[in-house]
Design a protein around this ligand. Structure first.
Ligand code: ATP
Ligand code: MG
Length: 361
């Protein structure tokens, strides 16, 4: 069976290092591994509109931001198909049919949606589209016959929901849809990178992010102002590394070679953590090291970005071609689905003849 990737991001803001650690970096590695037959990367504008219906301009502006983030991070349109969700009408049709396979109470149980509803203060005024977005995500994944969905931990319940829909569809209508598997980061720190404010998740909607497109100076300022262990007041004080975002970022991004280059007094992160824990290591020193590590990761991304920013029309053209290609694939899946669901009346000559005989008899 072909190995196919589908994943994407909502164009609700520029992408940040949480996206990079949780998904984007992995996608680029998977793309370069040559192990996948097809890779689809979607800018999920229709999904972004489910909780931004009154702000279409925000979504519109962020399409190009996300596309530039993709290209700068190393996604290559020659190897991966980059496209825009709203340009693939088949996804709406698939969602509409999948809605019959999911109960309201099942959607209400989705922990990510629950948390997001709370975060957005929707209370009882939840848009139906937002409430049902896990179903539309199932359409996105299955339309491309994805076998692998590389995402951060917050997306686990969505993939679970998709798997249930696939199972139910195939049970009722016959083997049609491909069962996808989630691919989480192997590094625990990357699964859900916290915000620079110490909140559980770095998120565009919370404004606690280091963006891939931030300047060197922006990044430095953000890192130097980061939340750390609030009880680590004096350098001599013992500090806590668990739950300390500075150390979680180091867990996510730092490699032993960084010590040789930027902080040769230590061999590796374990030594640095041990010193911090026993006391005598100041936050400023750790933050300066983190800044070097993050700048090292972001430098090539910044460099590539300049090239793509110089030709924006070409980026839109690339997305247009990607969307056309994606639509062809989704159309084939929709045809399979309609056939399985017996709603392909005009393609079914046997049906027409059978009905003709019935009425002649
Ligand atoms: P929004 O607040 O609009 O939902 P978001 O920051 O949650 O934005 P999404 O576009 O919903 O971003 O998520 C895109 C991808 O990035 C998903 O695979 C998600 O798991 C991953 N991701 C988002 N935030 C983080 C994070 N802080 N750590 C790790 N992965 C993340
Ligand atoms: Mg999100």
């Amino acid at each position: 069976m072909a190995k196919i990737i589908l994943t994407g991001d909502r164009p609700t803001g520029r992408l940040h290092v949480g996206h990079y650690a949780g998904s984007l970096k992995r996608r680029v590695e998977l793309q370069e591994s040559g192990e996948y037959d097809q890779i689809f990367i979607m800018i999920a504008d229709a999904q972004a509109l489910t909780d931004n219906a009154d702000n279409p301009e925000k979504v519109r502006q962020n399409i190009i931001e996300v596309a530039l983030d993709y290209l700068s991070a190393g996604l290559d349109p020659a190897k991966s198909t980059l496209f825009i969700q709203s340009q693939i009408p088949q996804l709406c049709e698939l969602s509409f049919y999948y809605m019959n396979l999911v109960t309201v109470s099942r959607l209400q149980r989705n922990p990510t949606v629950k948390a997001e509803i709370q975060m957005r203060n929707f209370e009882t005024s939840i848009p139906v589209g937002f409430f049902t977005y896990p179903i539309s995500q199932a359409a996105d994944i299955t339309a491309f016959k994805a076998t692998t969905v590389p995402v951060g931990e917050d997306q686990m319940p969505m993939i679970e929901q998709t798997r249930e829909i696939v199972h139910k569809f195939n049970t009722i209508y016959g083997e049609t849809l491909v069962m996808p598997d989630v691919l989480l980061p192997d590094n625990k720190a990357c699964m859900r990178l916290p915000g620079i404010d110490g909140k559980a998740k770095m998120s565009k909607s919370l404004g606690n992010c280091i963006y891939l497109s931030d300047t060197e100076e922006d990044v430095r300022k953000k890192i130097m102002s980061m939340f750390t262990d609030p009880n680590h007041l004096k350098v001599e004080d013992p500090g806590q590394v668990e739950g300390n975002p500075v150390f979680i970022y180091l867990d996510a991004f730092c490699r032993d070679e960084h010590f040789a280059r930027f902080l040769p007094e230590y061999q590796n992160l374990d030594e640095l953590k041990a010193h911090y824990t026993r006391g005598g290591l100041g936050d400023v020193k750790v933050k300066k090291f983190l800044n070097n590590v993050i700048q090292d990761e972001l430098a090539p991304i910044r460099e590539r970005r300049k090239k793509y920013e110089a030709d924006i029309p070409a980026v839109y053209q690339m997305l247009k071609e990607g969307s056309r290609k994606a639509e062809e694939v989704a159309a084939q899946t929709l045809a399979d689905v309609k056939q399985a669901m017996k709603i392909n009346y005009f393609d079914d000559q046997a049906l027409i003849e059978e009905q003709a005989r019935r009425f002649q008899a």
